[in-house]
Design a protein around this ligand. Sequence first.
Ligand SMILES: [Zn+2]
Ligand SMILES: [Zn+2]
Length: 373
Amino acid sequence: MRESLVLLLAVAMTEFAAPALAPAQARTSKTLDIYVVDVEGGNATLFVTPSGESLLIDTGNIGAAAPRDAGRIMAAMKDAGLQQIDHLIITHWHGDHFGGLAELASHVTIKEFIDHGPNVQPAEAVDNFLRDVYPKLYSKAKHTVVKPGDKIPIAGLDVRVVASAGKIINTPLPGAGKPNPSCANFKPGDNNAEDPQSVGTYFTFGKFRTVHLGDLTKNKEFELMCPVNRLGTVDVLLGLHHGQASSNSEVMVHALHPRVAIMNDGTRKRGEPETMKTVFTSPGLEDLWQLHFSQLSGQEYTVPGMFIANTLDAPLTAMPITPIQAPAPGPGTPPPPAHNGTAYWIKVSAQQDGTFTVTNARNGFGKTYRYGP
Ligand SMILES: [Zn+2]
Ligand SMILES: [Zn+2]
């Protein structure tokens, strides 16, 4: 009995170790799992379907942080039992989104590279990467430039591109299209050139719905959500542009009516009061989860620690109540508090019936949100 079990295991392990030709890995899960990986105020969000097909949105930070962030993504892949990334979306050409890509690709096979097209915000590191490195990475894979309305084909998961390269879907998603009462109070915002180019994707898994909009800015949120709400509602709002106030207008957050929001913020990026107020006043919101406390929130605006995934390498004995102002960027700016040690993700496990569980990997705290009115 025991010998045959060992043999069975050996066969199973051999198959597992062989490079997968099919896009999906062997997996027995019934849930769609989403890992919101801590890349210190950048983005890396990993989707894994029940059959093991994977989609990664962004790859963390550029430069010295790239090995750290790629390592954190690989830790989430390992937890999910993944051997490769089937689809990768780079939302836009900022270093906190594509920065860990070359490092990750040196360790992991990526089958498809998805982006919005050329960089529109000239910057030496980005333009060098797009000229010298990126074409080599996708030369043996598939390269797809998406436009609004495109579907990304993933078995068992409906993935709809709703924004890309500064354009948005012309017609509402199925079931969406109601007038949005927040539009009357909308105030336009400033933005850089690349954030509004972000690839935004809307996901449907049975009755469960979620959206990731990259760093899409307020003015694009207005185009998408006014005068009618083209997206409809979601159970989970992912990302929130690190909690930055150049995104996250009420026309977007309140109209999406999320039950849960998960913010990909860092120790000083951003979770600023304006965003926190918009999220906390969002109708129907049950919980905000954060990858980090942020100095820009202070205790005044942050959530209880059990909903925060990460602390600092040198933890503070107490968190200041008052939020600080973000220091002006420049060579003399003091660095944000460091977190280069063990990092923890926030994981969503969604069922077809619309029930989902969110778990904080640091403290094991989890909460199940049952489907229903
Ligand atoms: Zn961290
Ligand atoms: Zn960003």
